[in-house]
Write a protein that binds this ligand. Structure first.
Ligand code: PLP
Length: 412
């Protein structure tokens, strides 16, 4: 017997749970790609994408995953022989650096390890040492999905400005957009990249590059930019096909339209607060479990933790065993440890992750935590009792803070 029969829950940090209404919006015949509804719909989506990014900047859409957005953004601002500075706080920071290297861009990495945020002072130091201004951009990851650390982007901006260095600030918000508070304009990001399959609740395949006028000016200095990645025709199309450098990703766009409607209806601040509260409930459970056993949250300071993804350590090979148990016995798939190998655990089997981004609510998170608690019990992994109860308390207390109106019943 297995208790996995029933609706499966993919609780990994992307692709995230796709709302039924997004799937339904995609289930339709091919539309005309030259005129009509689709063309009007795309023009109307740009203001909503800007709202989600909290920006008035330009927006370019790519038919690509997050890696594509990394390459797209870099291709517009740094040429072979230029340099970029990458303060890395996990696997994804290193991934963006690697993408730059592949483009022939000199990559200066400051490695902050797997449990620490960016130290803005070190960014200042590196820029101050770059007297010829060969560094064209600082590539910062808002939330590194591997470590689940959340970086202070406004502080990185201040660190750049303090040196008077002209480098652009480019931010990877692929894991955090529409989950963790992010304000592109207020925080001074010049370029921001995002993908469809995390907080935006759409299948993988669309990505977004937002860029402001400073970044556009840098683009104008580039000796050449590959046609496909060039953000100019995408952001200012003369013909509809230029939005996408070819045929529009028709069905993804219908899905995205529906997801943006959902985001507008809930409101960005309410979305940030929902993610924050659900994350706090996860931390509360983990604190109880870890009090009498090997489980630890990878990021110890709650102020530095993502609200969209949580990396946890149990020690090898227990992380892997727990993942296998929850998938096999309970229909819940947890994320694996990424870039978290240790000397005695080269495959990183001691780690696992929860994705809690996008279309997730209290009952899903309590279900996730209940399944994990059952798994700890089934596998005889020592843990403190009452993790789920602690999470329920956090969620129960939410009502006092947010007097939500549910089903037309006003909160007391
Ligand atoms: C998921 C993710 C990526 C990579 O996106 P893909 O769609 O897998 O290419 C990059 N950066 C961050 C922070 C991510 O979470």
């Amino acid at each position: 017997m297995s208790l996995a029969h029933g609706r499966q829950y993919l609780a990994i940090p992307g692709p995230s749970v796709i709302p039924d209404s997004v799937l339904q919006a995609m289930h339709r015949p091919s539309p005309n790609i030259y005129e009509g509804d689709l063309v009007d719909m795309v023009a109307g989506m740009i203001p909503d994408l800007r709202y989600v990014a909290q920006t008035t900047a330009n927006a370019a859409i790519y038919i690509a995953n997050g890696h594509g957005a990394w390459e797209a953004a870099l291709s517009n601002v740094a040429a072979e022989g230029d340099a970029v500075l990458v303060p890395a706080t996990g696997r994804f920071g290193h991934g963006w650096a690697d993408m730059a290297q592949g483009l022939g861009i000199e990559t200066q990495v400051i490695d902050f390890g797997r449990q620490s945020p960016i130290d803005p002072a070190r960014v200042s130091e590196a820029l101050a040492a770059d007297r010829d201004h060969r560094i064209k951009a600082v590539l910062a990851t808002h939330v590194d999905t591997a470590t689940s650390v959340r970086n202070d982007i406004a502080a990185v901006r201040r660190a750049i400005d303090a040196t008077g260095h002209p480098a652009l600030l480019m931010v990877d918000c692929i894991a955090s957009l529409a989950c963790d508070e992010f304000r592109m304009d207020d925080w001074g990001a010049d370029v921001m990249v995002a993908g469809s399959q995390k907080g935006l609740m759409v299948p993988p395949g669309l990505s977004f590059v937002f860029f402001n006028e400073r970044a556009a000016a840098r683009r104008a200095e580039m000796p050449r930019v590959s046609r496909y990645w060039d953000w100019i025709p995408r952001a200012n199309p003369e013909f509809f096909y230029q939005n996408f450098g070819g045929t529009a990703p028709t069905h993804h766009l219908f899905g995205l339209r529906q997801a943006l409607d959902m985001i507008r209806a809930e409101g960005l601040e309410a979305i940030w607060e929902r993610h924050a509260r659900l994350a706090q409930s996860i931390w509360a459970a983990a604190d109880v479990w870890g009090a009498e056993g090997p489980l630890t949250l990878n990021i110890s300071d709650p102020a530095l933790r993502s609200h969209a993804v949580t990396a946890l350590r149990l020690g090898a090979p227990l992380g892997k065993q727990l993942r296998e148990w929850t998938a096999r016995e309970a229909g819940v798939t947890l994320g694996l440890g990424l870039g978290m190998s240790e000397p005695d655990d080269p495959a990183g089997t001691g780690f696992f992750r929860f994705g809690h981004m996008g279309h997730v609510n209290a009952h899903m998170i309590l279900g996730l935590l209940g399944v994990v608690e059952a798994g700890l019990h089934a596998l005889d992994i020592p843990h403190g009792r009452g993790g789920v109860a602690a999470a329920a308390e956090v969620i129960g207390a939410a009502r006092a803070v947010t007097p939500a109106v549910a089903d037309g019943i006003p909160a007391a």
